[in-house]
Write a protein that binds this ligand. Structure first.
Ligand code: SF4
Length: 209
């Protein structure tokens, strides 16, 4: 399918996604990026409490850190948003727990939302998938152990499509994992591997045009 046709199908997909109400316990609204036809597919965990109002993924403090990481390998935030498809394990804010933390999506909610991901993967056929955070890494690789997955490139089949996977830790300010060893070195290694991937280099070249 040519890029223009893909873009039209993707735009329709996003319109339908924005109307999704499958999960009664999700706070919403659905948070999604634009219809970017890309060979790089980023998977976040779920939006936080601010992204719904701001209307785009990674729009708050974790996003600042994430885009600092991508900037360090040659692609600034706005270029990234316009060149990479930004997905998530769940596209709605799950709400808070009684303890005040963000609720972890249930298995049913993850399953409901994965059908949106399946449609996107079928359409885009990404060469490089970047899962960000334990929940996303677990959905893609089946393992959520950061020391076993960060700093490495995997070759896997995701929802029926073969692709390369380079995971990143969650860039939350509350996390200390990537600020001290071995996390710090593993994060640097992961970013180097992403920067050397052919799909990323195409994004990087396009960002300079
Ligand atoms: S989390 Fe996903 S499946 Fe559930 S309501 Fe939001 S968009 Fe729909």
């Amino acid at each position: 399918m040519r890029a223009r046709s893909q873009q039209i199908v993707l735009a329709t997909h996003i319109k339908q996604l924005k109307d999704c109400t499958r999960c009664p316990h999700m706070v919403g609204p659905v948070v999604t990026g634009p219809a970017v036809v890309s060979k790089v597919y980023l998977i976040g965990q779920a939006p936080g409490p601010h992204e719904g109002e701001l209307g785009r993924p990674f729009a708050w403090t974790a996003g600042k850190m994430l885009f600092r990481w991508f900037g360090s390998i040659g692609v600034a935030e706005e270029e990234f948003r316009s060149l990479v498809y930004m997905a998530a394990v769940c596209r709605c804010f799950p709400g808070k727990t009684t303890g005040g933390g963000d609720r972890v999506p249930s298995g049913d909610e993850i399953a409901h939302c994965s059908s949106w991901m399946k449609d996107e993967i079928d359409l885009l056929k990404p060469e490089l998938v970047i899962p960000v955070g334990r929940l996303a890494i677990e959905q893609v690789l089946g393992s959520s152990l950061l020391v076993d997955t960060i700093g490495k490139q995997f070759s896997t089949t995701l929802l029926g499509h073969h692709c390369d996977v380079i995971p990143l830790p969650h860039p939350s300010g509350a996390s200390t994992w990537f600020k001290r060893e071995p996390g710090k070195a593993l994060l640097t290694q992961a970013l180097t591997i992403i920067g050397n991937h052919s799909a990323w280099q195409q994004i990087q070249a396009a960002s300079k045009q």
